[in-house]
Design a protein around this ligand. Structure first.
Ligand code: PMP
Length: 426
């Protein structure tokens, strides 16, 4: 029995696995490359959904983790002091831009957002949350409720009352002749309209991704979160930035995605790449909000010594190698190369730094084309390049390679993408 058949026989039917009957088992990795169980090597432009922030088999990170494992203690519980966890919290508080910040560690992005929602709803004594359509925030009860993407969320049993904002989409805006300024004005009008239908002072917070990840790397114009914030502040509504995909220099221009919006959120959540594959997530935020939980709140594994050792090594590596600048430079090269491609199926090349999305349509129309997207996706894999897929209509290829991606690797990936898009367009 193949591993795929065994997987299907024992896992729930809804678990997504890429490449259908040709599912991939990655058995080793080095730098920006992985090898599958058949010995085939791939250049990895997805990093397992942006989880491999630095790359595979990076000595500084493997050594830090090995040193912790060598103590004989992988973890006991967070009831004891964990030196690495405190060190990491100090660093994250420093880079947060939030004065007198507090940090709480979790094992995942879902738990990070669940915690942020817990803190915000407690601080405001309200279960009302604003969220943005087509956003993704996780798979727990509260995070599914604020995930505006029905294929990922069944929120009928939501513990929250959610008020939805339209997702500002620059591609569709451009196609409709709207400037970024028009989109900003429309988004603020939308927020004001939604708040007019409720008792605005009773709303706890707005949760938003600076660039929507699962939603297809869609973003509003720069400054959007700042513009929302001005309205939110009139009612004391908190701003939660979900930086699970956009943090740690990924977007090149800034350390955090929200910095492009000229705003400091009340709470910031992070996960995915911050452990370079080790399970780590968390929330950093203003002390009075983080401290507002009236009872004790505890995570057995959140910020465990192994994950915290990885987290310290990742953050040190990002900062000491200026990976944000590398993401900006190598990302710009990729984006420029992709924007020069003359194919009708490729409607949009968008992104920032090393977070790049390609949107595919039926040539000459605005109609999403998930079939052609899958064709490009499969061709890339056949030619040795791993990318991701997503978007509300399944018509976006997503790329989030390790931030150490080199220029020659970017050119190699670009050549494979070009070939795949040309073949699918023919
Ligand atoms: N927020 C965002 C923006 C995400 O992309 C994800 C994961 N795709 C999550 C939260 C949930 O993270 P996890 O899968 O680690 O629970």
């Amino acid at each position: 029995m193949s591993l795929l058949d065994r997987h299907r026989a024992v896992m729930p039917a809804w678990m997504p696995v890429y490449y259908g009957d040709d599912a991939l088992e990655i058995v080793s990795g080095s730098g920006r490359r992985v090898t599958d169980a058949n010995g085939r090597s791939y250049l990895d432009f997805f990093g397992g959904v942006l989880t491999t922030m630095i790359g595979y088999d990076i000595a500084e990170i493997s050594d830090a983790v090995r040193a912790q494992v060598a103590t004989g203690v992988a973890h006991t519980s967070t009831l004891y002091l964990i030196r690495r966890q405190v060190e990491l919290a100090e660093k994250i508080a420093r880079v947060s831009g939030i004065p007198d910040a507090r940090v709480f560690f979790t094992n995942s992005g879902s738990e990070a957002n669940e915690s942020a929602l817990l803190f915000a709803t407690n601080a405001r004594r309200s279960n009302q949350i604003l969220a943005i359509k087509s956003g993704y925030h996780g798979r727990t009860f509260a995070t599914m409720a604020v995930t505006g993407h029905r294929s990922w969320s069944s929120s009928s049993l939501s513990p929250l009352v959610v008020h939805w904002l339209a997702a500002p989409d620059r591609l569709r805006g451009r196609m409709a002749g709207m400037s970024d300024g028009d989109l900003l004005d429309a988004a603020v009008d939308d927020l004001r309209e939604v708040l007019a239908t409720v008792t605005a002072g009773d709303v706890a917070g707005l949760i938003a991704e600076p660039i929507q990840g699962v939603g297809g790397f869609v973003s509003g114009p720069d400054g959007l979160l700042g513009a929302y914030r001005k309205v939110l502040a009139e009612h004391g509504i908190l701003l939660i930035a979900d930086e699970v995909q956009t943090g740690w220099g990924r977007t090149g221009d800034h350390f955090w995605g929200h910095q492009a919006h000229g705003v400091v959120p009340d709470l910031i959540t992070f996960a995915k790449g911050i452990g370079n594959g080790f399970a780590l997530g968390g929330v950093v935020g203003r002390a009075e909000i983080m401290n507002a939980v009236p009872a004790t709140s505890f995570s057995t594994f959140g910020g465990n010594p192994v994950s915290a050792a990885a987290g310290n090594a990742v953050l040190d590596y990002v900062l000491s190698h200026d990976l944000q600048e590398n993401a900006r430079r190598v990302g710009a090269l990729l984006i420029e190369g992709l924007r020069n491609l003359p194919y009708g199926i490729l409607a949009d090349v968008r992104g920032r730094g090393l977070m790049i999305g390609l949107e595919f349509v039926r040539s000459g129309t605005t109609e999403p084309d998930p079939a052609v997207t899958t064709r490009v996706f499969d061709l890339c894999r056949r030619n040795g390049l791993l990318v991701g897929k997503g978007g509300l209509y399944g018509n976006v290829l997503r790329m989030g390679p390790p931030l150490t991606l080199t220029e020659p690797e970017a050119r190699e990936g670009l050549a494979i993408l070009t070939d795949a898009i040309a073949t699918a367009d023919a």
